[in-house]
Design a protein around this ligand. Structure first.
Ligand code: PEP
Length: 253
């Protein structure tokens, strides 16, 4: 059974930009992505710019997202940002479990699972990131690592929650390195992810959008997005260049 899935291309701006630069980039993207097109497009912006972006994107074909969300509903969690706050600014998406959060801020599978659940139950669509490090790939552990990251969230959130989520396979060795997984390498893991989910619910697995992330650029996007189980991309560095990101969005089948 194969469903048709509308591709999603999501920008992850990370901790880059200034208000001035963000205004220009947003205006450029808004002008270049105006038809809704073949892919849904989202920008995951830094928290302080969400209010500005909400207005700048109002009535456009581009959705807004955040790069993180608190696992807690509200309360004494200094420095955290809740799902309700993100919804106040019309965020549709929140990245959860990005490898930089896992590696630099100690986010465990348990924390990632709680954030995923918080996002889904609040009405945000989590973009759940999974992926192996270079050492894990080279020692043949890619599937074990991805399975562990995925199984933790399935166990904690339930397979039904994935009907309201997006997944991103992001091999850590390809993020920000200029080294991209080949379309075949990525497809192999995407197919593995879908099969893993299908063990619990074939329909959910079939409908789930699984993005590829890791040094996506205009030059490689078409080949990656052409693979059967790759439903778009999560784009870091290349999303900071308006023309490049627009070309990536247009590379969707
Ligand atoms: C990312 O940060 O999710 C990412 C994929 O970054 P880059 O495209 O720069 O590798």
């Amino acid at each position: 059974m194969t469903m048709s899935r509308r591709s999603l291309v999501a920008a992850n701006w990370k901790m880059n930009g200034t208000l001035h630069g963000i205004r220009k980039l947003t205006a450029d993207l808004r002008a270049g992505i105006n038809d809704g097109g073949r892919a849904e497009v989202a920008i995951c912006a830094p928290f302080p710019y969400l209010a500005e972006m909400q207005h700048a994107l109002n009535g456009s074909a581009i959705a807004l997202g955040a790069q993180n969300v608190s696992e807690h509903e509200s309360g004494a969690y200094t420095g955290e940002v809740s799902a309700a706050m993100l919804l106040d600014y019309n965020c549709a998406f929140a990245i959860v479990g990005h490898s930089e959060r896992r590696a630099l801020y100690g986010e465990t599978d348990a924390v990632v699972t709680r954030k995923f659940v918080r996002a889904v139950t609040s009405g945000l669509t989590p973009i759940l990131c999974v992926g192996e490090s270079l050492a894990e790939r080279e020692s043949g552990q890619t599937q074990d690592v991805v399975a562990r990251q995925l199984d933790a969230v399935i166990a904690g959130a339930g397979i039904g929650a994935f009907a309201k989520a997006v997944l991103a396979y992001e091999p850590v060795w390809a993020i920000g390195t200029g080294r991209t997984a080949s379309p075949e390498q990525a497809q192999e893991v995407h197919a593995f992810i879908r099969l893993r989910l299908a063990r619990h619910d074939e329909g959910v697995a079939d409908r789930l959008r699984v993005l590829y992330g890791g040094s996506v650029k205009a030059a490689n996007a078409g080949a990656l997005f052409g693979m059967a189980d790759i439903d778009g991309g999560l784009v870091g560095g290349a999303s900071l260049d308006g023309a490049e990101f627009i070309s990536i969005c247009r590379a969707v089948r």
